[in-house]
Design a protein around this ligand. Structure first.
Ligand code: CU
Length: 262
């Protein structure tokens, strides 16, 4: 996830930064003009001082943004018996105002040891994906899902093309050669999302203060769960728990690994 994508965060930063940064810029200008006739070395030293001060200012602003502008959601996902649920998607939709139009950077969904890695990928609408095959054998990746259907016929190595996930929904990935291979892409219209790890934890950081509908989803979810409304204050950390009933992964195991054969 991009480090600082909250627009309100940057807005606050600009408001806070303007008086001091413009004043400092004028100071730098005066210093530079004052020494410039004394030679290049001094100009260079002056520029170095400027860049050091600019870097320090940037760090201070980022720290300010984290502390004052951004909220964090710590999400814990368990099943009814209290066991952690891995591979759950958590995403926060802003309750009002526009959702961010800019998609995240391109993602890679690899094929490694005849499995899709990662098993679940969450992306913002509009994100590009490539499907590099890291195995020494051929794969044939496809999706018949309405959210995005595509096919990449028998290939090895680099992804033969890229796919743009241009509408929200769920995409189920398969391989025409290895029918146990299955992977998922969840496409959401927000940049605030995460997936749970083996301990059932996901962390959504750098959320601009505001109200959100937080939703949980899993590829093997038995019943959809209602979103949770949260109101996040600047700098706050909120813990949330979801209980999901998830079907066991189908026991469709690959045959013993002999990478040069099937
Ligand atoms: Cu395959």
């Amino acid at each position: 996830m991009p480090e600082f994508e909250g627009e309100s965060c940057w807005e606050q930063e600009e408001v806070a930064a303007k008086p001091s940064s413009s004043r400092r810029t004028r100071d730098f200008g005066a210093t530079r003009i004052g020494v410039s006739h004394n030679g290049l070395a001094e100009v260079s030293a002056s520029l170095q001082t400027m860049s050091r001060l600019a870097a320090a200012l940037a760090v201070a602003l980022l720290t300010f943004c984290r502390a004052a502008g951004a909220a964090t959601l710590d999400v814990d996902v368990r099943d009814a018996s209290g066991k952690p649920v891995a591979d759950a998607a958590i995403y926060a939709m802003p309750s009002s105002g526009p959702t961010e139009a800019k998609p995240g950077k391109a993602v890679e969904i690899q094929q490694i040891d005849r499995e899709f890695v990662p098993y679940l990928t969450v992306v913002q609408t509009g994100t590009k994906a490539t499907f590099p095959n890291r195995d020494p054998i051929l794969h044939h990746v496809y999706s018949f899902s309405p959210a995005k259907s595509f096919e990449m016929k028998l290939y090895r190595g680099r992804s033969p093309s890229e796919v743009v996930f241009d509408k929200p929904g769920v995409v189920t990935l398969g391989c025409n050669i290895h029918d146990w291979m299955i992977g998922y892409v969840l496409i959401v219209s927000t940049s605030h999302f995460g997936t749970t790890d083996a301990t059932g934890s996901a962390h959504l950081r750098d959320l601009p203060a505001g109200s959100y509908e937080v939703q949980a989803w899993h590829p093997r979810l038995r019943d959809a769960v209602a979103p949770v409304s949260v109101s996040l204050e600047a700098g706050s950390v909120r813990a949330l728990t979801f209980t999901l009933e998830v079907a066991p992964r189908k026991a469709k195991y690959p045959p013993p690994l002999d990478r040069l054969k099937y």
